[in-house]
Design a protein around this ligand. Structure first.
Ligand SMILES: Nc1ncnc2c1ncn2[C@@H]1O[C@H](COP(=O)(O)OP(=O)(O)OP(=O)(O)O)[C@@H](O)[C@H]1O
Ligand SMILES: Nc1ncnc2c1ncn2[C@@H]1O[C@H](COP(=O)(O)OP(=O)(O)OP(=O)(O)O)[C@@H](O)[C@H]1O
Ligand SMILES: [Mg+2]
Ligand SMILES: [Mg+2]
Lengths: 231, 231
């Protein structure tokens, strides 16, 4: 379903080119639940941004759902992304001066869903995140963990076949983290949603069925998780 | 050194007033190392913002270093804050389009330190954070954990008597978190820096000598940590 082959990514800093990803290859089947771990700066978010069609690799191939992503541009890419992927950003990326519910409605708006139905679905996703009394708060009126949960709600609201979450529990207490992970496990097992999750926390990675380790822009291990958290 | 008495804080949402802190009282002596924990939304950052002189309570008293903070305004408040407190924000609050080193120099600039010395000190703080090859990167050119470490460097660079850190390790892997906590422990024990730290992680709170629990805008427990992490 998701396949990266020898992905390299460089950024230009002034006149210099710095290579950050040195040939990342990974293949994920439908309904897998994969956790990605590794030290700060090892290339996890850079890889997630390529997987989420938010950034293009410098070289290498990305095949998503049978489609070579390098062949797509602009609107075509945006449509595929909206239909296929729910994305939770490490830095939340919520729209300022916009309520939680409107932030969560955004992917549904792009999908062409009518107003009444959008509002229903967004409300439901926020209730699942324990935020039913924060629907109309704007980001500056929310705690760090509440903002994080709005970002998660926005990532799951369109029920896309793939959920990509970049450190979704960094600002959450362990009880709330656990609840979020149980919900992810549920949508993976009941809806067949494929999940790619970046995390620093072993307790969170424990829910995944496969764990991929990053170091210095390369994948150093990719193994079945023999101690999957059952409940 | 730091004393809050019956602090209440309300926010206005449209025509409504919502009380978030319902009478917070806490007293911290010089060179203490206190961790504050509690569920998402329980009022930790709101309390930290009051302690950091970034926000005023709706009622109650804040005495900092013998001075009643309610009596101070504008520039006087800013001077006291700059001289007394190093603050690490939960959301980092780095200046965009500004390099890491310039971000870290900011508190020193306000303190009137000359350019050459500022640059030296900022560089040293960033090296302590493992960021010596990221000095000239801007926030968008840094990973989440690197941005967090720039925010921490900025909080410790002026070596103020009090360090207030709001969830400083949320985006860091456990090895880096541990290194940061050992550094905090060192500045607490060697320099006598008073540390107030908000965290969701028990492994991080373990370094503190006292743990305060928040729930629904109130302090529910405040106890000596009998299992302080020695090393
Ligand atoms: N400007 C505001 N207007 C209205 N409500 C606010 C505002 N700022 C914060 N709140 C509310 O105050 C409560 C406490 O927020 P605070 O940021 O102190 O929580 P916290 O304990 O730091 O949580 P977290 O662990 O998620 O960071 C939250 O429920 C939040 O929605
Ligand atoms: N636009 C950019 N220009 C230059 N360097 C960049 C840019 N974006 C990221 N980097 C560098 O790429 C490296 C990898 O960043 P990335 O965000 O992928 O790390 P990460 O594994 O997600 O780290 P973390 O766990 O801290 O979030 C970092 O060292 C970062 O400084
Ligand atoms: Mg990252
Ligand atoms: Mg907070």
């Amino acid at each position: 379903l998701v396949e990266l082959r020898d992905i390299r990514k460089s950024f230009s800093m002034g006149k210099e080119e710095v290579e950050i990803l040195h040939g990342i290859s990974i293949s994920v089947e439908k309904s897998e639940f994969v956790a990605m771990m590794g030290p700060s700066g090892s290339g996890k978010s850079t890889t997630m941004n390529i997987l989420g069609c938010l950034d293009k690799p410098t070289s290498g191939t990305y095949i998503l759902n049978g489609q070579n992503i390098n062949d797509l541009e602009g609107d075509d890419l945006a449509v595929i992304r909206n239909r296929t992927i729910g994305f939770v950003f490490q830095g939340f990326n919520l729209l300022q001066k916009t309520s939680a519910i409107e932030n969560v409605e955004l992917p549904l708006l792009y999908a062409g869903m009518p107003k009444k139905e959008r509002r229903e679905r967004a409300k439901e996703a926020l209730i699942q995140m324990g935020l039913e009394d924060r629907l109309y708060h704007e980001p500056t009126q929310l705690s760090g963990g509440q903002q994080q949960r709005v970002a998660i709600a926005r990532g799951i609201v369109n029920r896309a076949p793939i959920l990509m979450a970049d450190e979704p529990t960094g600002n959450l207490d362990s009880k709330t983290s656990d609840e979020i992970m149980k919900l992810f496990k549920k949508i993976n097992e009941e809806d067949g949603t494929t999940i790619l999750l970046v995390t620093h926390e072993p307790d969170v990675a424990a829910y995944a069925k496969r764990i991929v380790h990053f170091k210095d822009g390369m994948i150093t291990s990719d193994e079945i998780n023999r101690e999957v958290k059952v409940s």
